[in-house]
Design a protein around this ligand. Structure first.
Ligand code: HEM
Length: 184
């Protein structure tokens, strides 16, 4: 099984990052909604710290993933797929790449605007990317919250499309991104 993608299937790198990213997103949502339900205090700050650390890892992986995609072929969509569905697949993948980068960046900017440093798992501290500003914190907080819901909708469509390919169209679109699946 190759590291690189082919016109038929995803390689190990793309598969690996895809599924690590799935775990990352699940963790971000679970911790994100849990920490905002906590009263202000040490537990809340600890969970926010974990959320930010995972968000930064997701950002790095997203950039690497995008770079990897640009220097690799992408598996072709099934020949029988109608043009409107092809367009939907392309646009939704572009949107997913965009949110994987914009969402963590908006969190990083929010922290900078609030003048809170981000320590990634205590390993190192990220530089500030914007000047402290109360209105910016308010805006970015709202943006982060609204985007979280939009991304959930996008992911629901993404997963539904994957399941439709597998169970209704019975093509290899889902299996070719699964780890431990050889592909063709
Ligand atoms: C259980 C959850 C998920 C399932 C079942 C799933 C399924 C799939 C499948 C089947 C593909 C391959 C499409 C193709 O062959 O053209 C794919 C691609 C992709 N997925 Fe997911 N996915 C899931 C979660 C996620 C998450 C959480 C993200 C990131 C936020 C994500 C981002 C992407 C992106 C960007 C692509 C396009 C890859 C490329 O063409 O470079 N997926 N996904």
């Amino acid at each position: 099984m190759s590291m690189r993608n082919t016109h038929k299937t995803f390689g190990n790198v793309a598969k690996g990052i895809h599924w690590i990213m799935v775990l990352g997103f699940i963790a971000l949502y679970v911790i994100g909604y849990y920490m905002t339900s906590l009263p202000l205090g040490p537990e809340m700050f600890e969970k926010i710290g974990i959320h930010k650390s995972i968000g930064f890892i997701v950002l790095v992986l997203a950039v690497l993933r995008l770079a990897w995609r640009l220097i690799n072929p992408t598996p072709d969509l099934p020949d029988e797929m109608p043009p409107i569905e092809r367009l939907g697949a392309h646009l939704s993948h572009i949107a997913l790449y965009a949110v994987m980068i914009v969402m963590p960046l908006s969190g990083w900017a929010m922290s900078s605007a609030a003048n809170f440093p981000i320590s990634v798992f205590g390993w190192f501290t990220l530089p500030s990317i914007m000047a402290p500003s109360k209105p910016a914190v308010e805006f970015l907080k709202e943006f982060h919250e609204v985007m979280a819901v939009c991304i959930l909708v996008l992911l629901a469509v993404h997963v539904a499309a994957a399941l439709k390919h597998h169970f209704i169209n019975k093509d290899d679109v889902l299996t070719r991104i699964l780890p431990f699946h050889k592909g063709h």
